[in-house]
Design a protein around this ligand. Structure first.
Ligand code: ZN
Length: 415
């Protein structure tokens, strides 16, 4: 995907689609009392994204007469927010007691696309009433039970994966009896009685599952892997990218990102009016980094319909010590430090020769190349720091005169 223009428009992800065959069917009365098939807490560790489709035409309708489904979907999707969460190992639990009737394992489990792989790795469990539960898209090699084994409700079966016809890590949980799909959800367009021991409330609340900042333009696959958030940017960089992973944005909703500068004033606002319903989607926005921007503590504030969802703080500062600075052959003897090693929180005096009567800029970089101090010497090239506000460690001190490096020295700071 590329920008349509220089104005950075938000991008979106396709709604999650896991295509499985067969038509929806009426519910038969069942004595099942299902427990949650995923370990952890709903809306924290996993999310309910797609329910069975109750519309037998090409339209869609979930048990609550809403749109949390797609055409022909026959199960319920318990979804993780990203592959990093999947890698941490999220356990699938038996929703009801029964006997394991079939296991498929060994299939690739990091699918991110619609494909012909159907259930992928899966387990089926037959209950005493003759119904069968399918636990689909499991992680390869994670099976904790064997065929013909009896299981109790709540028993760990395997780990969530993204095998088969799956775009994101999730459990597809499906019930069938005599070849007919059962919808366990009670609602105006669903079952007359719930098959869940405790059916969770149906929520239309707009939620933001996750958000972050990047120094590069993401792709959908990047975000599915949950890249680590970058907190420091320099004006020599191109842009700051903010992304949000949302649950339920409705057609007509407005997403906005407000970029606030270090004084708290609004620097830039991006708005996007959603044109489609999305149960599970990513959106991203960017802010250019021209040299004119003030350094300091910035914020990106993300809202849906004016409701604040996320605040992501970041810093804009000088770029890390560049390669040319590191490689420059400089006479180290020009910098005198006292005492050396120095002590955190204690005075340090610095003298740089060769200043020719001009004040020198002094910068201190930490071992990661990040600037930690930016100050100037007196006209005689000296500076006394009364207390270094830095943790113990190794630093590089760089002195320059109008941008031209005149001296460089290592500085060891002890506790
Ligand atoms: Zn599904």
């Amino acid at each position: 995907m590329r920008h349509p223009s220089t104005r950075m428009a938000p991008r979106r992800l396709l709604r999650m689609l896991i295509v499985l065959c067969a038509a929806s069917a009426p519910l038969a009365a069942q004595p099942l009392s299902l427990e949650p098939p995923v370990k952890g807490a709903l809306d924290r560790d996993y999310y309910l994204v797609n329910f069975p489709d109750r519309d037998s035409t090409t339209g869609i309708r979930d048990f609550a007469c809403g749109w949390y489904t797609y055409d022909g979907h026959q199960g319920t999707d318990f979804v993780l927010k990203d592959f990093t969460r999947m890698d941490s190992g999220v356990t699938v639990l038996a929703a009801a007691p029964g006997t394991v009737t079939h296991i498929t394992d060994g299939l690739f489990d990091r699918s991110k696309a619609i494909n012909s792989g159907q259930f992928g790795n899966y387990i089926s469990v037959r209950h005493s009433d003759g119904s069968i539960a399918f636990y689909a898209h499991l992680r390869k090699g994670s099976m904790l039970v064997a065929e013909q084994q009896a299981v109790v409700a709540g028993q760990p079966l395997a780990l969530i994966g993204s095998s088969g016809n799956s775009t994101d890590p999730h459990l597809h949980f499906e019930l069938r009896k005599s070849g007919v799909t059962m919808d366990p959800w009670m609602g105006a367009c669903g079952a007359v009685a719930s098959l869940w021991k405790q059916q969770p409330a149906y929520s239309t609340v707009r939620e933001t599952m996750d958000a972050g900042l990047l120094a590069f333009e993401p792709t959908l696959d990047t975000l599915r892997e949950r890249p680590p958030t970058v907190r420091r940017f320099s004006v020599s960089g191109t842009q700051v990218w903010f992304w949000a992973h949302t649950l339920s944005v409705h057609a007509g909703d407005t997403s906005s990102v407000v970029w606030r500068n270090p004084s708290g004033a609004v620097h830039r606002v991006e708005r996007y009016v959603h044109d489609t319903n999305y149960r599970y989607s990513w959106w991203w926005f960017s802010m250019p980094l021209p040299a004119s921007l003030p350094e300091g503590a910035w914020k990106a504030e993300y809202s849906i319909n004016g409701q604040l969802q996320r605040v992501e703080p970041f810093e804009i500062g000088e770029p890390p010590l560049s390669a040319e600075h590191r490689d420059a052959a400089l006479p180290r003897a020009l910098v005198e430090l006292y005492p050396s090693p120095a002590r955190a929180g204690q005075p340090l005096s610095i003298r740089v020769a060769g200043n020719d009567g001009a004040r020198l800029r002094l910068r201190l970089f930490d071992a990661l190349g990040m600037q930690r101090l930016n100050t100037h010497t007196e006209a005689d090239g000296t500076l006394v720091l009364r207390a270094l506000p830095l943790p113990a460690g190794f630093y590089v001190l760089v002195a320059d005169r109008a941008g031209e490096i005149v001296a460089r020295s290592g500085l060891l700071l002890l506790d």
